[in-house]
Design a binder for this molecule. Structure first.
Ligand SMILES: Cc1cc2nc3c(=O)[nH]c(=O)nc-3n(C[C@H](O)[C@H](O)[C@H](O)COP(=O)(O)O)c2cc1C
Length: 109
């Protein structure tokens, strides 16, 4: 599937199709740069939800960037995983993304 890797130099990137946003968890700057992307042009209209990567040792702050963005934009938190995810996480993630992809094709046809 197509993907865009956001960084501090390209938050003003326009998307023209439904997407999910995957974010690691570090600090509030992450929320800010992603917010700039979401609020750019019509990007919010195509946003299906968030996925967070984090570390459970951070306890209550586990995946807080994805959690906060989900609340801020009232879009679902679809999935969270630790670090790069286990094999099980990857299988589940692919299943979830495929379901979104299929519903997108269905809606457009
Ligand atoms: C400085 C620092 C702060 C972090 N803070 C959090 C945190 O508050 N909550 C969390 O779930 N994970 C936290 N993490 C773990 C990262 O989110 C995790 O390593 C990352 O999601 C994996 O993606 P990466 O491969 O891009 O590092 C932190 C990691 C670092 C290095």
């Amino acid at each position: 599937m197509d993907s865009i890797e956001l960084n501090y130099s390209n938050p003003l990137t326009e998307v023209d199709r439904e997407y999910i946003l995957i974010t690691p968890t570090y600090d509030d700057d992450i929320t800010d740069v992603i917010s700039n992307f979401i609020e750019y042009d019509n990007n919010i209209h195509f946003l299906k939800g968030f996925v967070g990567s984090g570390n459970k040792n951070f306890d209550n702050s586990y995946c807080f960037n994805a959690v906060n963005l989900s609340k801020k934009y009232k879009k679902p938190l679809l999935f969270t995983f630790e670090f790069s995810g286990t094999d099980k996480d990857i299988r589940q993630f692919k299943k979830d993304v495929l379901a979104i992809e299929e519903s997108r094709t269905y809606q457009q046809s």
